[in-house]
Design a protein around this ligand. Structure first.
Ligand code: FES
Length: 109
């Protein structure tokens, strides 16, 4: 069973904002896209660039190192030089708090 980590008040991550959260074993980029929350791994599978320092435009993030582009909603790689998708993490809001799944979705059973 996957646990959840309370990462703070939802209202503090406004639409268009993002933050990086460190979980045991994972660095996670959490974004608010027009009121919906999404989370993907923060480390680029191409060569370890930190996506939290990249440009977020619409629902995509561009790696600051070599320009690979990823969907923030699905983790799908949209432009090289990366060829692997990002892991995705579930986010939910409970009583005004943001809860982040402690394991990526692919690990869920
Ligand atoms: S490390 Fe991200 S594109 Fe190279």
């Amino acid at each position: 069973m996957v646990g959840w980590t309370d990462i703070g008040e939802a209202r503090l991550l406004a639409p268009g904002e993002h933050r990086v959260v460190e979980l045991p074993g994972y660095s996670v980029l959490v974004v608010n896209l027009q009121g919906e929350y999404f989370a993907v791994e923060n480390i680029c599978p191409h060569d370890g660039g930190e996506l939290g320092g990249g440009e977020i435009e619409g629902d995509t993030v561009t790696c600051p190192r070599h320009g690979a582009c990823f969907s923030l909603k699905s983790g799908e790689v949209l432009a090289p030089p990366a060829f692997e998708d990002l892991l995705c993490f579930r986010v939910q809001v409970e009583a005004g708090r943001l809860l982040l799944a402690q394991e990526p979705e692919e690990g869920w059973s």
